[in-house]
Design a protein around this ligand. Structure first.
Ligand SMILES: Nc1nc2c(ncn2[C@@H]2O[C@H](COP(=O)(O)OP(=O)(O)OP(=O)(O)O)[C@@H](O)[C@H]2O)c(=O)[nH]1
Ligand SMILES: [Zn+2]
Length: 340
């Protein structure tokens, strides 16, 4: 295969100049591969031709890798040489590894799914939006079950009010029309991931996007293996091809994610409040009781929704209190204090 053929097929996998620029001259003989699933003791990968082996060094820890990662491997031995720097990284909280677990890497767009019914919850959507900003991915609100709602446009308006210039789409996850609606984010080489509560239609949407061919692939990708305790565990490949050339990452690990220490994401989401607070008289204004508070003035004039300010405050406080927790010498929790 000629060099240019290789790179164009790699681009269909999400490879870009960002990754190519990281390959050192001495690494030209190595093969870029993308991590398709992460298991306790091994990784699965794909390259332009499909599934491909990936051998790990004895001291490697699979928890250091995320679905979507790009790695360089020796094409003769399949040995993983190194991981390339990530463009974006979604992490989730866990009890182990200092409370953070890698969920998905190099995701361009995060589809935040909720349905046009009682699942719709601005506070929860704000958390997902913060997570997207924090990870460096572009969020899109995907309102499912439009076919069952009396007034789907009302949900659309409420979602659009969450953040300036926020893309919001309304669809029926079971209809092939959803592919057309989501097309702007599903181009060749684009990677999307889905988050949202149980039952909002994430699996349905993945199946619609991936089509029946890949549904079979998902089933056949399911494998049984022994974990460290010798138990059988069932795992599935997590990176699925979408008609049109994009990729969707669907792993249980990223379906629900939590917020902590996410000040930058909060500032992006609540850009209106951040801007207003620059006009407050006091630089450290808490927008509760201070004179000359531009944020309170905006609430009083009806320019800013008081509920929105309340949700902002809850998130700021939660972000502050959930700064990384370390375990002390006797197993007691030690809280590392961080700014904000
Ligand atoms: N009418 C209608 N039904 C939908 C739509 N999206 C999903 N459903 C149905 O809602 C139910 C739940 O959908 P799932 O795709 O399993 O939801 P999920 O988000 O994957 O749920 P978890 O796997 O628990 O996270 C299924 O019966 C779907 O057929 C939609 O847009 N319209
Ligand atoms: Zn203020």
């Amino acid at each position: 295969m000629s060099g240019s053929d290789t790179s164009s097929s790699l681009e269909r996998l999400g490879w870009s100049d960002f990754f190519a620029a990281q390959v050192e001259p001495g690494e030209a003989h190595l093969a870029p591969r993308r991590v398709a699933s992460v298991h306790r003791a091994r990784l699965e990968a794909i390259d332009a031709n499909g599934p491909v082996g990936l051998e790990l060094a004895a001291n490697a820890n699979t928890a250091d890798f995320a679905v979507g990662d790009w790695v360089l491997a020796d094409p003769l031995t399949d040995m993983l040489v190194r991981r390339l720097e990530r463009k974006t990284l979604l992490q989730r909280h866990s009890e182990i590894r200092n409370g953070l677990q890698l969920a998905a890497a190099n995701v361009d767009t995060l589809f935040i799914a909720t349905s046009c019914n009682a699942d719709f919850n601005p506070a929860r959507l704000e958390r997902y939006l913060i997570m997207a900003h924090q990870a460096g991915t572009r969020p899109v609100i995907v309102l499912t079950k439009a076919d069952t709602a009396a007034d789907a446009d009302d949900y659309r308006r409420r979602a659009e009010a969450l953040q300036r210039d926020l893309p919001v789409v309304v669809l029926n996850a079971r209809s092939a029309d959803a592919i057309e609606t989501l097309k702007p984010w599903l181009g060749a080489g684009q990677t999307v991931a889905l988050v949202g509560s149980s039952g909002v239609g994430k699996s349905t949407l993945v199946n619609t996007l991936a089509g029946s061919a890949s549904e079979t692939a998902q089933k056949t990708g399911t494998i049984r293996e022994h974990d460290a305790q010798g138990r059988h565990t069932t795992t599935a490949r997590s990176l699925h091809a979408i008609a049109g050339g994009g990729w969707v990452i669907d792993t249980p690990g990223i379906r629900t994610l939590y917020v902590s220490d996410v000040t930058d994401g909060i500032d992006t989401l609540f850009g209106d409040i951040s801007e207003l607070s620059e006009q407050c008289r006091f630089r450290d204004c808490t927008h509760v009781h201070e004179p000359g508070c531009a944020v309170q003035a905006a609430v009083a004039s009806g320019q800013l929704d008081a509920d929105r300010l309340g949700r902002w405050r809850t998130l700021i406080e939660e972000s502050r209190s959930r700064t990384p927790v370390e375990t002390g010498p006797r197993g007691n929790k030690v809280v590392r204090r961080k700014k904000y």
